[in-house]
Write a protein that binds this ligand. Sequence first.
Ligand SMILES: O=C(O)[C@H]1O[C@H](OP(=O)(O)OP(=O)(O)OC[C@H]2O[C@@H](n3ccc(=O)[nH]c3=O)[C@H](O)[C@@H]2O)[C@H](O)[C@@H](O)[C@@H]1O
Length: 413
Amino acid sequence: MSRNVEELHAIPAAEEVLRDMPTEQQHGGVGQQQQHNGSMDLTGAPSVELLRSLYLGTTNPSISGRIGERRGSTSITFTTVPIEFPPVTRLDPFNKKRILVTGGAGFVGSHLVDRLMLMGHDVICVDNYFTGSKTNIAHWIGHPNFELIRHDVVDPIMLEVDQVYHLACPASPVHYQSNPVKTLKTGFFGTYNMLGLSKRVKARFLLASTSEVYGSPEEHPQREGYWGHVNCIGPRACYDEGKRVAEALAYSYARQDGVDIRVARIFNTFGPRMNWNDGRVVSNFILQALRGEDLTIYGDGAATRSFQYVHDLVDGLIKLMASDCTEPVNLGTPQEYTIEEFARLSIDLVSEVRAGKETTKSKIIHLPPVTDDPPKRRPDITRAKERLGWEPKWKVREGMLETIVYFLQTLQP
Ligand SMILES: O=C(O)[C@H]1O[C@H](OP(=O)(O)OP(=O)(O)OC[C@H]2O[C@@H](n3ccc(=O)[nH]c3=O)[C@H](O)[C@@H]2O)[C@H](O)[C@@H](O)[C@@H]1O
């Protein structure tokens, strides 16, 4: 029988688990620069602790004061009067950009918003809240550099900005398959509208594309030069083909109208602020292990994925936007796990977080395979290394521990 959330109280406080987690000294700062003033360096690369305070709210009294106490209480309180906003870099007017992030209230988008805000830019967050949530960016509401607009990118919008990070689109198979026509409309019309906006105001445009453009790959690992192997009539086609047409649109606008484009092909990414009902393997396995439920592997568990932690991805997106690289760039972690290995790792890490309390009773069970599930996926990141000077810094284990702590906080009343 599954457990309810009250039983999760028997788990060490997040602070205890976080004590052993990486610091900026180990990571050289999330933005890979060394920190000097304890929270941010001169280029705006924030410390891990500062970022952590934005999604593990209880570690920072000023933030937890805004979003309410999450642990040990049955209520959550919000205030429109901030005690204090997180500190942002003071940028001179020549370096301060107006940046639009579509899907900015989503999992990846909200981490990107955090980073751009901390760097001192003006950020406009556009989201229709289909899979995003206002709570992901609640800590910025009211900040003079921040604007939040409820809008669906399928419809046009007029904004004046210098850069556009176009992330808006459901990314989990469960969500994007729940309304495939809408997913295709988002892929085409959403990208078309944001490219039109970029053309009108001469903004640099970055498309969040996906490893799914490679489909069920016949080349392994996947290089950007590989054209892919996609079933255009299968259940995943709405997303895969939606992103492929989005790329085609981006390159057509670049050729025809000179729009300054960047294209990131994002491989499996995980971290805090994933939806608890996301349906992707990381959140499923963590939640199942925390609740003592069996971990559900679709198929025989031999499929492989490479998992990157969200802070690494955000570093890559910001570096790509700042670069002169107009070719598509893979952003992902080359370390590959079978889903079976990843299930065992998830059980071990949840047990580690619960150390001294109770080991999870979860076992691994196999369910029927999913149609068109790619059997293997691993990025070749040579181009990102050479052109952006980027490679992932976070180990899967470190990111998983932090994500487990996040889910504990989210589930606890
Ligand atoms: O996480 C992501 O960023 C990616 O998630 C999905 O791609 P997919 O690799 O299918 O992601 P998952 O749903 O997490 O599945 C990974 C593997 O685990 C398996 N799985 C998933 C969930 C589960 O409970 N059990 C399980 O065995 C899936 O069948 C698949 O083989 C999206 O389609 C991608 O666009 C997105 O980039």
